[in-house]
Ligand binder design. Structure first.
Ligand code: ANZ
Length: 825
């Protein structure tokens, strides 16, 4: 192919097309009942100021989907917005004395411009900004509805407190005893908090996981464990010389006869009473104090040393009537089950270690076999057969559990019980930049709702950002001091704001409408677009956001706002972007700025690279050569298209394709379309789809148009046009530029995705003759276009040839492609 001066200069092409797209309102979408629909969604960003490569990857993945499906004939909803409340805005306010609102909206403007530079096909008319009162007012309304329905409540509870952020954290926001945001050590603090009763949906949230068959397994497992359903029993133990009882939760009621102590969490309400006036009282107090400052995860970790103290009191075994000691220990947690357990050292690893350490009796009540007394080693934690357990002796673990629950129920000392690890969702935050909780506290009337007609309750303006303690909202007396809506007396507004995870729990439904009118979401629009067909985001949201979004969907369903039980059909968790072996981040100093890349090599190259560098769900290692490789590939496509376009003026697609060269090209064209389409559609395997296009381009470069027959020229022309359409979702600016240059009007996005003919795509076969010194020895069917080297290898490996050669070394091997291999000896 002759080279002429077509130079690929993305900075000249890209702004021009973005302007045209905008003018044509190319990305605005209305629902069309005649077309199948797709709702493609990327998790919306926190407006931190600038987008990073992780964002570029996220949005490029979604954009290729959206564009591909649109070309495939779907009605595609592809919206974007801002998860705009949150702590960084406040920290910026503290550090730079800029109001969180100003900071946030400026960041949004910056980031929107950056995203638009990438040419992502968002329908911005649907943009959601969660810190707009027009958005959060609905959240306040939902909160009041939940309050009325008993789904929101206030309670004093020990909660995770981050001393550095000065705020309460949800369990999900604590990992390894540290704050998810600032890594400070989390403390436990008793506080009045608002909760959402997510546990009401625990069973449904768990059951629903079974139907999420297009979610990654790891996310389904994480959610299952997070919800943590345990089936077992609650059993009451009376306390010696007292009227009160201790209730324990156990998943192994069949081991009741092996219980040799009761162990309470140090925070258990009965502890101080039990130890009162005993010799142990001082030790117990000291132990409780020590535990206060020990992190929960640390206490319950498998490797942590088991520590405890005897309370000085005894419990009475409900069946044997025996006296067993009551202890407190570090590994018993206050917020699980009843905060108390019966220790069965013979059959529980932790209890075993504890009993050994403190010399508590160990009683074997389960063994592996049905035999009289086998030599099962302790602790034995598997299922087996009950022994030394009166009525249930001899039964399998499963039957023994059932039977013992019957016995306990009849005696009114126990019942079957299902426990969930999932806790109600604590949503109060002592923060400014969040949705105000629409509640008024009145000395006379207690908790009073703000009347809905007064919503939204906007944030006070008169607040100084100092970063020290408490709720900033309480600093503005004018805002906080109000009259009680019920009695008219002096009252105070609730000064906490809501967890920002609430905003991201329902935004997807709001996107369904362009105009909302007087409701949070529009049912008719939601019915049209939901559920989300493909949801793309990071796996770090597996147990936070992705549980809350499912919870809110069920809430909204129960309110009749949306249909269907689940919000997300397919979840795609993209990998992270690494450079020099570390996650790309400002603190590591290994950031590649998307704007720089776009300015230098163009948005299309940036998009192509983040998709070509590996499978979307795998982590991606940044590679400057890889980026340049992508730029070169696009340049090659650009030059090839424009050069050939000059030479192919007036050439038409042939009526029939008969020449060998044209046939081969036709085959490769159809095969490429097939491979690219399948890879995108089946599992969004973009990197392999791009490879197929690269291979095809390499082949096209081998064809000498000056020598090719007219059929080949016709198929070549078709090949270029098809290639331009196939690259369009990945490199939309360049594709539209080429499409125009090839003489077409409009945008590639409005063209149909190229089809293929299965017959042409099939590998056609040729009969290859194997000869020695010109004499035919064998024949074989080989794929059309099998390479010379491959044919040579096939011939040398052929048994008839091997026999005939009987060890003789060939002097020469002559290959005539698609016809024969002749071995000269
Ligand atoms: C007796 C027993 C015998 C137990 C046995 C286990 C094995 P999951 O499966 O996670 O639900 N437990 C109960 N409450 C606890 C608390 N607040 N903190 C720590 N551990 C607690 O765990 C349930 C089991 O964990 C319960 O069953 C109890 O020990 C313990 F051979 O009771 B088991």
């Amino acid at each position: 192919m002759t080279r002429t001066g077509f130079e690929y200069v993305p900075t000249e092409i890209e702004p021009k097309w973005r302007k045209k797209w905008q003018e044509a309102k190319l990305f605005d979408v209305e629902f069309n009942p005649d077309l199948p629909k797709k709702y493609v969604l990327e998790m919306f960003p926190y407006p931190s100021g600038r987008i990073h490569m992780g964002h570029v990857r996220n949005y490029s993945i979604g954009d290729v989907m959206a564009r591909f499906f649109r070309m495939k004939g779907y009605n595609v909803l592809h919206p974007m917005g801002w998860d705009a409340f949150g702590l960084p805005a406040e920290n910026a306010a503290i550090q730079n004395k800029v109001h969180p609102r100003k900071w946030t909206y400026e960041n949004i403007a910056n980031m929107k411009a950056q995203i638009n530079l990438l040419g992502v096909s968002y329908d911005w008319r649907r943009e959601v900004t969660t810190c707009d009162s027009d958005y959060y007012r609905w959240e306040q309304m939902m909160f009041l509805r939940m309050l009325r329905e008993g789904l929101a409540y206030r309670e004093k509870r020990p909660l995770n407190w981050c001393p550095s952020c000065q705020t309460v954290l949800a369990n999900e926001e604590v990992g390894d005893g540290q704050c998810w945001r600032c890594d400070s050590k989390v403390e436990i603090k008793e506080m009045n908090q608002w909760f959402l009763r997510i546990t009401k949906y625990a069973d449904e949230l768990l059951e629903g996981i079974k139907g999420l068959n297009e979610w990654p397994d790891r996310v389904r497992i994480m959610q299952t464990n997070w919800i943590g359903k345990s089936e077992g029993a609650e059993i009451d133990f009376t306390i010696e010389k007292q009227t009160s009882k201790i209730r324990v939760f156990t998943t192994r009621p069949d081991t009741l006869m092996g219980a040799t102590s009761i162990i309470l969490a140090p925070e258990h309400a009965l502890v101080s009473e039990l130890a009162k006036n005993t010799v142990q009282e001082k030790d117990v107090k000291a132990f409780i104090d020590k535990m206060k400052n020990t992190d929960k995860d640390e206490r319950s970790s498998e490797t942590a040393e088991k520590l405890g103290v005897f309370t000085g009191s005894y419990a009475i075994h409900p069946l044997s009537g025996e006296k067993i000691p009551i202890w407190i220990a570090n590994f018993v947690l206050t917020d699980y089950g009843t905060g108390a357990l019966m220790a069965v050292p013979a059959h529980d690893i932790r209890d075993f270690a504890f009993a050994q350490k403190y010399n508590l009796p160990i009683k074997k009540v389960v063994q592996k076999t049905k035999e009289k007394d086998d030599d099962t080693e302790l602790p034995f934690t598997d299922d087996g057969f009950s022994i030394n357990s009166d009525e249930i002796s001899g039964l399998t673990t499963k039957d023994a559990k059932k039977k013992i629950i019957q016995i306990l129920t009849a005696k009114k000392v126990g019942t079957s019980k299902i426990n969930f690890r999932l806790r109600d969702w604590g949503i109060s935050r002592q923060r400014y930049w969040g949705t105000p909780i629409p509640i008024i506290h009145c000395a006379k009337d207690g908790i009073v709702e703000v009347p809905e007609s007064e919503l939204p309750i906007r944030l006070p303006e008169n607040v100084e950002f100092k970063g020290t303690g408490g709720s900033p909202l309480a600093q503005d007396p004018q805002w906080q001091n109000v009259k009680c809506p019920k009695c008219g007396g002096d009252a105070k507004r609730e000064a906490d704001t809501m967890s920002t995870f609430i905003e991201s729990s329902w935004y997807y439904a709001r996107y369904c409408s362009v105009k909302h009118g007087e409701s949070a979401v529009n049912k008719a629009d939601c019915d049209k677009w939901l559920s989300i067909d493909h949801y793309v985001g990071g796996v770090e949201h597996a147990t936070l956001h992705l549980i809350y979004i499912r919870f809110f969907h069920k809430l909204m369903r129960d309110w009749g706002w949306v249909q269907g039980d689940e919000p997300v059909k397919q979840l795609i968790c993209q990998g992270m972007v690494y450079k020099d072996g570390a996650k790309m981040s400002k603190s590591k100093g290994n950031v590649v700025d998307p704007d720089d890349l776009v300015a230098k090599l163009g948005a299309d190259t940036a998009r192509l690279f983040v998709l070509f560098a590996g499978p979307i769900e795998k982590d991606l290692e940044w590679n400057d050569q890889g980026v340049e490789g992508c730029f070169r590939f696009l340049s090659r496509v650009y030059r090839l298209s424009l050069n050939s376009n000059q030479q192919l003026q007036g050439i038409k697609y042939p009526d029939s394709v008969t020449s060998a060269e044209a046939k081969k090209l036709q085959h490769l064209l159809h095969k490429t379309v097939k491979n690219v389409s399948c890879d995108i559609e089946r599992d969004f395997s973009y990197n392999t789809a791009i490879s197929f296009m690269m291979e095809f381009v390499n082949y096209l470069y081998l064809i000498d148009l000056a020598k090719a027959d007219t059929q080949t020229l016709g198929v070549f022309k078709k090949s270029i046009e098809t290639l331009v359409l196939m690259i369009s979702p990945f490199a939309p600016h360049m594709s539209d530029e080429l499409w125009e240059a090839l003489g077409h009007k409009g945008f590639t996005l409005n063209e149909s995705w190229p089809g293929f003919n299965e017959e042409f795509a099939k590998v056609s076969e040729r009969e290859i003759v194997f000869q020695i010194n010109g004499k035919i020895k064998d024949r074989m069917q080989c794929a059309d276009g099998t390479s010379d080297d491959e044919l040579k290898n096939l011939a040398m490996a052929n048994t008839k040839i091997k026999d005939a050669l009987s060890g003789a070394q060939p002097k020469r091997v002559i290959v005539v492609p698609n016809k024969l291999v002749n071995i000269v000896v």
